[in-house]
Unconditional design. Structure first.
Length: 378
């Protein structure tokens, strides 16, 4: 039986470029090569698509943050949208185009803007190329935390209280100090309780997120909003929730089928025991292996775990999800579940929460990748 030819994409223009590279390295090492032939397409930070670059299977986070870069052997990828699944080409040194062959599906292991936000999904829709993951609407809505909350609230799913700021007209020269009192007044009017978490609406991996602890400190608030503005002009100011952060992996390989939910897991921040005031930032997630570990299932009553699972599936349906998503929730001491955010292409390294949650639920890393790909094949 002929192998299915799968374009595995990684890198991209987003801040999460290196995380995408590490995720793709794990996927390619675990891919069932009896069933699939991988066509590796990297995207540089400048947005150039290449093949025959550095082998991503060699990448390891312990050796630094990898990046997709052009090499002497790499070739630019050229698309002919009209040819659909036969529309992938490599440009040779003399300018001629060589077909990359028929593409059965694309697995876009891309995080953040230009990969997880509906833009590349729209391109594949236009080409009529099957791809793994959420469609245009769900990808765009879940990339924007503000609109995620709007959709979830409309579906009756609890979310953290907060306000959204449009900072395009704020005074960058003063680092938003000129708007500090105005922002503080908006927080007070909304009745938000401290600590606050200030975050860009469209960014991932905790980029630009700041914890604001001092009530009434307009300067601290302004500095946090200014930091978030480096990543997006739409900034969320959310009330910190006194709760545990519980994550649930949702799987729906074929569009229209009922989604499945894994056992929920928890990221345990190990340094909190040492008195560190820590939240799950980029360093805790990817760089400092001593900072945290994953526990699946989370240490909660089974009734609460199942409530998280049902909430995750409900949230996935509310945003029109398909393929996969990781639904991040807050679980309060009295068992209330609220959704924090939805990641439509979550971290996919072997030690990431999404694969680990399914492994604990009985689905291996390789089988998970196979299931996702086979769900979109025609």
């Amino acid at each position: 039986m002929a192998k299915q030819r799968i374009v595995v994409m990684y890198g991209g223009k987003a801040d999460e470029h290196s995380i995408s590279c590490i995720s793709a390295a794990g996927v390619l090492r675990a891919l069932d090569t009896d069933k699939f032939e991988a066509i590796e397409v990297g995207i540089t930070k400048n947005g150039e698509w290449i093949v025959d670059g550095e082998d991503p299977r060699k990448w390891n986070m312990s050796e630094g943050l990898p990046m997709v870069e052009k090499t002497d052997s790499s070739k630019d990828v050229v698309l002919d949208v009209a040819l659909g699944q036969d529309g992938f080409f490599a440009r040779e040194d003399d300018g001629t185009l060589t077909s990359l062959g028929h593409v059965d599906a694309v697995l876009p292991v891309l995080h953040g803007p230009y990969g997880e936000d509906g833009t590349i999904q729209g391109l594949f829709e236009m080409m009529n190329v099957p791809y793994v993951g959420c469609g245009v609407l769900a990808s765009a809505a879940c990339m924007d935390k503000h609109y995620t909350k709007v959709l979830l609230a409309a579906a009756g799913i609890p979310v953290a209280p907060g306000i959204t700021l449009d900072v395009r007209d704020y005074d960058a020269a003063s680092e938003f100090a000129a708007e500090a009192d105005e922002m503080l007044a908006a927080v007070q009017q909304a009745g938000l309780q401290y600590p606050l978490f200030v975050k860009p609406s469209r960014a991932g991996s905790s980029f630009g997120v700041t914890k604001v602890e001092h009530e009434g400190d307009a300067a601290e608030l302004a500095a946090a909003v200014f930091e978030a503005s480096h990543h997006d002009w739409r900034v969320l100011v959310e009330q910190g929730i006194d709760a545990r952060e519980i994550e649930c992996a949702v799987l729906c390989p074929k569009a229209g089928e009922a989604p499945q939910a894994s056992w929920p897991g928890e990221i345990v921040l190990d340094k909190r025991a040492e008195g560190d005031d820590q939240f799950y930032d980029f360093d805790s997630k990817y760089v400092n292996s001593d900072a945290s570990h994953v526990e699946v299932p989370a240490s909660l009553p089974e009734e609460t775990l199942n409530r998280v699972r049902e909430t995750a599936k409900k949230a996935f349906i509310a945003v029109d999800g398909t393929g996969l998503s990781r639904v991040d929730t807050f679980v309060t001491a009295d068992g209330e579940v609220m959704v924090n955010e939805i990641n439509t292409m979550p971290g996919f390294t072997p030690i990431s929460m999404y694969p680990k949650a399914w492994e604990a639920t009985g689905v291996s890393y390789t089988d998970l990748i196979t299931t996702l790909i086979e769900g979109v094949l025609r």
